[in-house]
Design a protein around this ligand. Structure first.
Ligand code: SAH
Length: 467
């Protein structure tokens, strides 16, 4: 799957600064469902084109699949159009790879961010339920000119008619961040199929990326309904929020504040990690969550802000850490309803513990590397055989990345209490084995900036119980 973005301003090479991607380099990003490559097939002062190629791994997709999604004939899991067409996978890649541009930030060319520029985007293949008409209804109100091409389903059999796949170019004078947010929202709307669970989180994404244009779009209802994949209640909430000026204004202010804070202080790795874990837990739909090795309670604090979460139990072996958590979370001063949602318990992950049974999800953030390697087997049974939560979200350092930390001496771990640190391969081998042995499927995602050679600083595995 190929998306290209072309800029024809002067000098056109500014596109590199706007996208935060150097035109001289080919860069690869690993995503949970494959790889994204960025390179520039065309670079001159008059015309500059950036290409985003998605290399989706169909086998990886099946492995990481949630239960219940296993519909269709068996081969269809492996042989389908997903690797070849623009879909919500592309939206995820846009957010990951061009996230800074999507948020409207550029250190080198801040002035250009707010300017309308002559831009063109080309999608090599996009499935479009509703054909040419639908493409026009979605893109023309946003001020784009369209060029579309639909091929025959099969050249040998013209009677079969045209295929539902289009090759599309959109052209207009727009801000780059608008172009990216239009694509981010409208690609899954055209494809009309989403690869991940649609919930509150998706609603937030739609509102965030559609904030500046969706309420004015004549097809906003269709967009919201399709984006939220026919979840009528969510779609209705989206409409209400878009329409309700008051909520929209306060929402906007909040987001602006957040964005500004973001500019001043880039998210620390620790914060990125906690947010990624929290998003994944919320995305799993869990309402009762364990935080194993909760330390001073940073993840608990994030989860307490989520209305979906009804109960959090934080466990740690260290009484001192639990005391600090108790204080930082102000558990003694909260209203009883709030305080009842959180419970802190002392215990060890190396011993079977009844109190850990019956949870929908468990987080284990930067804890496994504190366990003795020869005790890992006991821990695996405690968590995956006895506690058996529906989802386990587990993070650990990627030792390959240590070479990038300037003040870490070669061969040293990041923390004196770490008993080991794994490479990506070691972590994946461990996680795949544990998943196989205990009836879980597992998928992996990077956290933090992904380096071409050594990968991300933190690695995350998401285990989902196969019923
Ligand atoms: N998850 C927290 C803390 C990570 S530090 C965060 O992200 O901020 C690792 C934590 O694991 C420490 O608080 C330590 O006390 C705890 N820990 C280490 N061994 C443990 C064990 N066997 N059982 C439970 N917790 C343990």
């Amino acid at each position: 799957m190929l998306l290209t973005i072309t800029y024809q301003g002067w000098p056109a090479t500014d596109l590199g600064y706007l996208l935060h991607k150097n035109p001289q380099r080919v860069q690869t990003f690993s995503l949970s469902y494959g790889e994204a490559h960025v390179f520039y097939p065309e670079v001159s002062e008059e015309r500059c084109t950036a290409a985003l190629v998605l290399d989706i791994d169909p086998v990886g997709l099946v492995r990481g699949r949630k239960k219940g999604a296993n519909e269709g004939f068996t081969m269809e899991q492996y042989v389908n159009d997903r690797p070849y067409v623009a879909s919500s996978f592309l939206s995820v890649a846009i957010a990951r790879v061009f996230g800074t541009a999507l948020a409207g930030r550029s250190k080198e060319r801040p002035g250009l961010v707010e300017q309308k520029l002559p831009l063109e985007a080309h999608l090599s293949v996009i499935p479009c339920r509703g054909g040419e008409q639908m493409l026009r209804r979605l893109f023309e109100p946003l001020g784009y000119e369209l060029e579309m091409e639909a091929g025959l389903l099969d050249d040998q059999f013209p009677d079969w008619g045209i295929s539902p796949y289009y090759s599309v170019t959109i052209r207009g004078d727009v801000r780059l961040k608008d172009l990216l947010s239009h694509l981010y929202v409208l690609i899954p709307v055209l494809d009309n199929e989403k690869h991940y669970w649609v919930g509150e989180d998706e609603l937030k994404k739609l509102l965030r990326h559609g904030e500046e244009w969706l309420s004015e779009h004549p097809e906003r209802e269709l967009i919201a309904t399709r984006y939220l994949k026919y979840r009528r209640k969510l779609a209705r909430t989206a409409m209400e929020r878009l329409m309700d000026q008051e909520t929209a204004v306060t929402g906007e202010e909040e987001q602006k504040e957040e964005q500004e804070a973001g500019i001043e202080k880039p998210l620390s790795l620790n914060e990125q990690r906690l947010q990624a874990v929290s998003r994944t837990l919320i995305g799993s739909g869990a309402t009762r969550i364990l935080d194993l090795g909760c330390g001073e309670g940073k993840l608990i604090r994030l989860l307490m802000k989520e209305r979906q979460v009804k109960e959090i139990v934080g466990m740690d072996v260290s009484a001192r850490a639990l005391m600090i958590a108790q204080e930082r979370l102000h558990l003694d001063c909260l209203s009883s309803a709030q305080a009842e949602r959180v419970q802190l318990i002392q215990g060890s992950l190396l011993y079977r513990d009844e109190r850990l049974s019956g949870f929908e999800a468990a987080a284990m953030v930067e804890v496994i590397e504190h366990l003795e390697p020869n005790r890992l087997k006991s821990f695996e049974r405690v968590l995956f055989e006895f506690a058996k939560p529906g989802t386990v979200v587990l993070t650990t350092p990627n030792v390959e990345y240590n070479a990038k930390f300037e003040n870490l001496r070669a061969g040293k771990f990041r923390h004196s209490d770490h008993r080991f640190e794994w490479t990506r391969l070691q972590f994946q081998e461990w996680a795949n084995r544990v998943a196989d042995e205990h009836g879980y499927s597992v998928s992996f995602a990077p956290i933090g900036p992904v380096d071409e050679q050594v990968g991300p600083p933190t690695q995350m595995a998401v285990f989902t119980q196969i019923s």
